[in-house]
Structure formats: C-alpha cells, structure tokens
Design a binder for this molecule. Structure first.
Ligand SMILES: NC(=O)c1ccc[n+]([C@@H]2O[C@H](COP(=O)([O-])OP(=O)(O)OC[C@H]3O[C@@H](n4cnc5c(N)ncnc54)[C@H](OP(=O)(O)O)[C@@H]3O)[C@@H](O)[C@H]2O)c1
Length: 278
C-alpha cells in the first residue's frame, strides 16, 4: 500500500481501546502513523498502550453510560488533539438473557451506552468533521444487525439502530468530503464473550445453556481482532463511504448473500440451527 493512513488522518479517537477490537484498531492506526486518543472507563487499562507509544497514544477516560461526562471527555480530547480526523465508535458489551426476565433497567442501560450515547459521539464527531469537510466516522455495528443473536435483544436493537444511523449519515454526508463507514464484524476472538453480562434472575427458557454454549464456541473459534483491524485499514485506504462486513467467510460473505436471495423464513430456520435453537 503506497501511503500511510497518517497522510489522510492525523488524529483519531477510538472508543473502547483497552481490549479486543478497539485495541487492535488503535494499534493498527498507531502503526500507520496516526495519533490516537483511546478510551476506557479506567485509565489504568490503557497504561501499557500509552507506555508503548509515548506522545502518540493518549488515554481518555470515558463512561458511555453518562451522556454529560462522555460529552465532556470527548470535548477535552478533541481540544487536546486539535480536532479529530477520524472517530471510531467501537465500545460495547453484551447482555445475555430472556427479554422478559432480565430487569428492564439492564436493557435500558445497554441501549443507552451502545445506541443513544454512541449516536451522541457520532453527533459530536460530525460537527468537527463537517466543519473541516474531510475525515471519517466509523461506527462499529455487527452482523447481528442483519442476523440477530438469540437472547441478546438489546444488543440486536442497538446494532440495528447504529446501522440505521450509518445509512442515514451515508446519505447526509455524500458530497461533503466526510466518509461514513458502517463496520459489521462477525465473530472475533476478543474479551467480548467474557464480558457479556448474564443476569441470573428467573431465567425461564431451557434453551439458554445450549445457545450460550453455541455462542461461546463461535466467539472462541473466531479470527483474531487484528484481522478486523486489517479490514478497517483497507476500508480507510479506499476512503469510500459504505458498509464493510468482515469476519469468517461464511458469516461475512455467504450468509448475507443467502439472506439477500433466500426467503426470510428460510433465513430464520438456518439461523436457529446455527445457534442450536431447534
Ligand atoms: N468480538 C466480536 O466478535 C464482535 C463482533 C461484532 C461486533 N463487535 C463489536 O465490537 C465492539 C468491541 O467489541 P470487543 O469484542 O472488542 O469487546 P471487548 O473486548 O469486551 O471490548 C469492549 C470495549 O468496550 C468498552 N466499554 C464497555 N462498556 C463500556 C461503557 N459503558 N462505556 C465506555 N466503554 C465501554 C470496554 O472498555 P473498558 O472495559 O476498559 O472500560 C472495552 O474497551 C463492540 O461494540 C461489539 O459489539 C464485536
């Protein structure tokens, strides 16, 4: 590849840079010469990245559950960076359980973190990007926006909503010089499944343990996060707005193709088998 991403993107914000995909995205951008402001809820979780990349990696404490505090964190980091050329909305987590049994406050919090306040960061980011007429916004959605994960209802809602936001922004930003990428990863081997919250109370569906086992196996067998970072690097080098699916060939290529040309009931049947729901 001819030029490094730093020629196009001088500065970047990556939310959820402490582990998994976010850390791999931050490391990829640093290797491309981009100065990265990376977030975590705990500064200590970013200390090694800051130590390895002095002057290039800047830790930012950001709790996405708190809109006021997240806005403050974003503004302070933006000012320190002299504006962001690239914003990657990556932070997120799973909650596994039946919709009726898990207390609604848990679902509300997840939607708040992964949809409402992630949209807020997109809003703040676009103010700077639009003013400069260049740069990129990447929202890390999921193939779950197309293929909902069983017993992860708010996760599916958040990702479908984020993808809908991406589609809206693709239209709005056309011709402005700002690139909008809706990144939809399949399963990658990160801390995600370890961090999934599984509220214990009143779980009434006997399929839960089977589905969890299938989900866990899929996540553990996924490719390493560096492969998602390579997909993002290619998309940023292309510099075009659009949807980027990445992950295992079956998940990212075959399944969306079958879903497009097959019927919805067939898609649901195949998916039920995939998650051992039958
Ligand atoms: N792994 C996959 O297979 C996969 C597939 C499709 C989509 N995704 C999406 O990719 C993104 C990253 O997932 P991952 O697999 O890398 O998960 P991960 O390893 O568990 O990392 C999640 C990141 O999100 C941050 N985070 C969690 N809750 C937060 C909150 N309330 N406020 C601010 N930051 C918060 C965490 O930061 P701290 O804990 O340090 O605060 C951490 O850096 C998520 O949006 C996920 O939905 C993942």
């Amino acid at each position: 590849m001819a030029e490094r991403l730093a020629t196009r993107y001088r500065t970047a914000l990556v939310t959820g840079a402490s582990t998994g995909l976010g850390r791999a995205f931050a490391q990829m951008l640093l290797a491309e010469g981009v100065a990265v402001w990376g977030t975590s809820r705990e500064a200590g979780r970013l200390a090694d990245l800051a130590g390895e990349h002095p002057g290039a990696f800047h830790p930012v404490v950001m709790e996405l559950g708190d809109a006021v505090a997240a806005t403050r964190s974003f503004r302070e980091a933006e000012q320190a960076a002299g504006g962001f050329d690239l914003v990657v909305n990556n932070a997120g987590y799973g909650v596994f359980g039946t919709f009726a049994d898990v207390d609604f406050s848990v679902w509300r919090e997840q939607l708040n973190v992964m949809l409402v306040n992630t949209a807020l960061i997109s809003h703040l980011a676009l103010q700077g990007l639009r003013a400069r007429g260049r740069g990129a916004l990447v929202n890390v959605s999921s193939l779950a926006a197309e293929f909902p994960l069983p017993f992860q209802s708010a996760y599916n809602m958040a990702k479908a909503g984020l993808t809908a936001l991406g589609e809206s922004l693709l239209i709005e930003c056309a011709g402005t010089g700002v690139v909008v990428i809706d990144l939809r990863p399949g399963d990658y081997r990160t801390d995600f499944e370890g961090a999934v919250r599984r509220p214990p109370a009143g779980q009434s569906d006997a399929r839960l343990p089977r589905v969890w086992a299938a989900f866990e196996k899929m996540m553990r067998g996924g490719p390493p996060p560096e492969e998602a970072a390579a997909a993002l690097r290619r998309a940023l080098h292309r510099g075009k707005s659009g949807t980027v699916r990445c992950g295992r060939f079956f998940q990212a290529v075959v399944a969306p193709l079958l879903a497009r040309f097959g019927s919805l009931p067939l898609k649901r049947r195949v998916q039920a088998g995939y998650f051992d729901l039958d």
